[in-house]
Design a protein around this ligand. Structure first.
Ligand code: GLY
Length: 345
């Protein structure tokens, strides 16, 4: 990382979590000098970065969404018990979204809750999964069905860890970045139009600023409505369909979100009069960042998952649509209405 000016810059965002940018995992140990730190990570992150983890106080679980379940939670809890983890110890979740979800959940329930912080290691975790406090696991086919909302104390961003990130994971992260641009930030949308993933990936300073912008967008929304009673629902743009096809097609999250964004744009055209030319601009931007804009999937099976969605409220669902690029709005629509659109689009 060449950007010395920004090294160790610290911002306290929104009062709900401290963010430390350009902060190595090594330095986390010095940041908490009086606490025992227990690191939780997955096999992939551990294989790529074994040297950053302390011997003894590191718990490693098998990588992959298929392991984000209660069985893995049980195993991690058994290991915490074996190493005698106590009420005053701190969990540090180091990894992508599966690690932050699972370690944040474990930290929230083990001994009724330990302190915890995250060091996200994927683009997706840096701009989305590590932020917001919703941490949990899947149950059968239902993503994130079991979980809590509890904020980490701090997020540590070490951009050097991204060096080992596979290219599909970079692409996946931009699914959430483009989502943020669509719902909240037309200026960032134009910025992304004028850049390419390859350039941003090779420009650490520019990439760090982009991550920071996205962290702030998400934290500002979460700070308004931590428990998702209203404003926070905006972050679900593209996610109603995304969660279903992520499960059915085993697509990485950001790629599924991309397909979900296109569907949500078409629903927006019908519900808010969103300009179809702007849908085209969004499709072009998603493709520019190598994201898929369609996917073949079993519509009946997908609808069964959509209609079981957590965003459902009785016979209605909160669905996020666009009025303009940079202006998302939350609409409560009947499941019947959405079903018609779902099978028509
Ligand atoms: N952990 C992701 C969120 O809270 O939205």
């Amino acid at each position: 990382m060449s950007n010395k000016v920004e090294e160790s810059s610290i911002t306290i965002d929104s009062g709900i979590v401290e963010c430390y940018y350009h902060f190595s995992v090594e330095r986390i140990k010095a940041h908490y000098p009086n606490e025992r730190l227990i690191f939780i990570t997955d096999e992939n992150v551990y294989k790529s970065h074994a040297e950053i983890f302390p011997v003894g106080d590191t718990i490693i679980f098998p990588a992959g969404e298929e392991n984000k379940n209660l069985e893995t939670v049980g195993r991690v809890i058994d290991e915490l018990h074996e190493i005698d983890a106590g009420r005053n110890d701190r969990i540090i979740g180091v990894g992508g979204g599966v690690v932050t979800d699972l370690s944040g959940f474990v930290a929230s329930i083990y001994l009724r809750g330990l302190k915890f912080s995250f060091a996200p290691t994927s683009v997706l975790a840096m701009v989305d999964a590590a932020i917001g406090g919703k941490n949990g696991v899947d149950s059968g086919q239902i993503k994130n069905q079991i979980g809590v909302i509890r904020q980490p104390d701090a997020l540590f961003f070490d951009f050097t860890l991204l060096r080992s990130l596979p290219s599909e994971e970079w692409v996946s992260g931009f699914g959430e970045i483009i989502k943020h641009a669509c719902i909240k930030d037309a200026e960032m949308f134009h910025y992304l139009e004028n850049h390419r993933l390859e350039d941003l990936g090779n420009n650490p300073g520019a990439f760090a600023r982009l991550v920071q912008k996205n962290v702030n967008i998400k934290l500002n929304v979460v700070a308004q409505d931590e428990l998702e009673t209203n404003a926070r629902r905006i972050l679900n743009f593209g996610h109603t369909l995304a969660h279903a096809i992520e499960t059915l097609n085993k697509l990485p999250h950001g790629l599924a979100v991309s397909v979900g964004i296109v569907f949500a744009c078409k629903v927006s055209e019908r519900l808010t009069g969103f300009d179809p030319k702007k849908t085209e601009k969004i499709v072009d931007l998603l493709q520019q960042y190598h994201l898929p804009v369609s996917a073949g999937f079993d519509k009946e099976a997908a609808w069964n998952l959509v209609s079981f969605d957590k965003k459902k409220s009785g016979d209605s669902i909160y669905f996020v649509v666009l009025e303009d690029i940079g202006k998302g709005v939350i609409k409560k629509i009947s499941l019947e209405n959405l079903k018609d659109l779902f099978f028509e689009i």
